[in-house]
Design a protein. Structure first.
Length: 313
């Protein structure tokens, strides 16, 4: 029997999708790839495979889940299975360096970034960048390692303190700080390589920007400084960047993604993050009368139907 197979390592994030598939009577199987065994001589089951593996899996004690997922995706693709967000999508999910290269290749502006392996080169890179600047992890998610520094000395104090966060892949990024007129970023959501909506995210409380309810404290969905919703879907968002993003997604065989950008005081837009394991904020969606997970479920239903017609066995 053909099914949708959901590849992931976080049930809380994937449950809304499974609920949406249940509502459409779409058969599916939960592939929780924390650890396991892969027999390369075996043939994969029939159906459609959707990769939702996350770069932040190690924060949930699933250290090697992405590596396991990469092996599984190679196996699936080698057998010609239909995979949404295949190996290339996982590569970009796990590396901001790879993300920026993919964005720049399509003429999409990114912040100036210096990748540093280990601690020793951080101060020199920061000196070259000039203050203020931020640090972030190359393999991140959930705002891992994101800190703002006003001087190299401040960075040095942090690097040699007990609070220094070691990146899981050893790569720390020193990045140009983009000063926006207000504490907001924009996240553009795509399903099936088509634009669904843009959401404005309030960054007043920091850089934990995952929209899923599970990522937010109970009171964190409202910004105390403004009493406005932290996540607010933008009506009639129709910027040229949408087509640029679509072109990049198609070029990299990415089917589902949330892409984040920030606009500086001069009106320049900088894109700094591609989330191929995208989540949605249900409260913001309820207010706007739209559902990202429902759009994904509809996409998977259509893909499964096509696969079943092509190969009824």
């Amino acid at each position: 029997m053909h099914k949708v197979h959901i590849i992931h390592e976080n049930r809380e994030w994937s449950t809304p999708l499974m609920d949406a598939l249940d509502g459409l009577d779409v058969p599916y199987e939960d592939w929780f790839l924390d650890e396991g065994t892969l027999d390369l001589s075996a043939e994969p089951p029939k159906g459609v495979f959707y990769n939702r593996m996350s770069a932040s899996s190690h924060t949930r004690d699933h250290r090697y889940a992405p590596e396991y997922a990469a092996a599984v995706l190679s196996w699936l693709e080698g057998h010609g299975r239909r995979v949404l967000n295949p190996g290339r999508a996982l590569q970009l999910e796990l590396s901001k360096v790879a993300q920026y290269a993919a964005l720049e290749a399509q003429g999409i502006r990114t912040p100036r970034t210096i990748a540093v392996v280990g601690k020793d080169g951080l101060a020199q890179a920061a000196q070259s960048m000039g203050a203020p600047f931020i640090t972030k992890h190359n393999r991140a998610g959930k705002g891992l390692g994101v800190r703002l520094f006003q001087s190299v000395e401040e960075l040095n104090d942090y690097v040699h303190s007990a609070s220094f966060e070691e990146p899981i892949d050893g790569i720390t990024l020193i990045q140009q700080y983009i000063a926006a007129p207000g504490p907001f970023i924009t996240r553009c959501e795509f399903v099936g390589q088509e634009f669904v909506y843009a959401v404005r995210v309030d960054t007043s409380d920091g850089f934990l920007l995952c929209p899923a309810d599970e990522c937010q404290d109970e009171d964190a969905t409202v910004c105390p400084a403004t009493s406005a919703a932290k996540f607010e879907i933008i009506e009639n968002f129709d910027e040229p960047i949408i087509e640029d993003y679509r072109r990049m997604l198609i070029a990299n065989n990415i089917h589902v993604a949330g892409i984040e950008n920030i606009v500086d005081a001069a009106g320049q837009r900088f894109t700094y993050d591609i989330n191929t394991n995208t989540n949605y904020n249900p409260r913001a969606e309820h207010r706007a009368g739209i559902s990202g997970m429902q759009a994904i479920a509809q996409l998977l239903k259509a893909e499964l139907r096509e696969q079943t017609l092509f190969d009824p066995g």
